[in-house]
Design a protein around this ligand. Structure first.
Ligand code: HEM
Length: 180
């Protein structure tokens, strides 16, 4: 997994807790490093271990931690990939282009990356169904990302995301509804 995601995970832990919590969490996982580099690649296993350690520390389930982390990621991700976001877009438009523009750019900028394959289906102007497919089984991060995108566009009050199928699977269907 791309180093940026680890850099943002560290930032998430430092902003939710503090730096000493990050150090303690890393010690508890047994991972032999104290920081991550933006342009390196790291085993996904380390991300899962760190999220598991946050879950034990906070008492929140791992999928809740994944979701919170996903929402936290969005402003940083959009800062890096903002040239792929058109100024007139809303949550709906960004989600429609998440695979072609965002994950497409991630893959072509660094061929070592393997972002999940998202098939975004336009059911109506008020409903998108996202088919997520990844062996990493991190759809809950995706749920958080959708919430983070809605917050980014000040649309949290009208965007509702839920998982139609079990969020822990390799293939997951997410339902994103747009209210008034
Ligand atoms: C806002 C635009 C987005 C950007 C810039 C972005 C970027 C990225 C990047 C850089 C990675 C790491 C890939 C790797 O190292 O292989 C990633 C992973 C991921 N993305 Fe996106 N993404 C975006 C939107 C979304 C959306 C809308 C979802 C919703 C389902 C999503 C779900 C995920 C998940 C769950 C992962 C973790 C890895 C996995 O499950 O295989 N992303 N994304």
């Amino acid at each position: 997994m791309h180093g940026s995601i680890f850099v943002f995970l560290k930032r998430y832990i430092e902003s939710t807790y503090d730096y000493s919590t990050w150090v303690k969490l890393m010690e508890s996982t047994g991972i032999d490093r104290i920081s991550y580099q933006m342009q390196e690649m790291y085993p996904t296993r380390e991300l899962t271990q760190i999220i598991g350690a946050v879950s034990s520390l906070s008492g929140n389930q791992a999928h809740e931690v994944q979701e919170q982390f996903g929402a936290f990621l969005v402003p940083d991700l959009l800062m890096i990939y903002k040239k792929y976001v058109l100024p007139e877009w809303t949550t709906y438009d960004l989600l429609l282009h998440a695979e072609s523009n965002m994950h497409g750019a991630v893959r072509s900028q660094d061929t070592r990356t393997t972002p999940p394959i998202l098939s975004v289906n336009k059911v109506s102007s008020r409903l998108l169904v996202i088919d997520y497919h990844s062996r990493r089984r991190m759809a809950s991060v995706g749920i958080g990302i959708v919430k983070g995108i809605a917050a980014y566009f000040n649309e949290s009050d009208k965007v509702t995301v839920s998982s139609i199928t079990s969020p822990d699977a390799e293939r997951v269907q997410l339902r994103v509804e747009f209210g008034e």
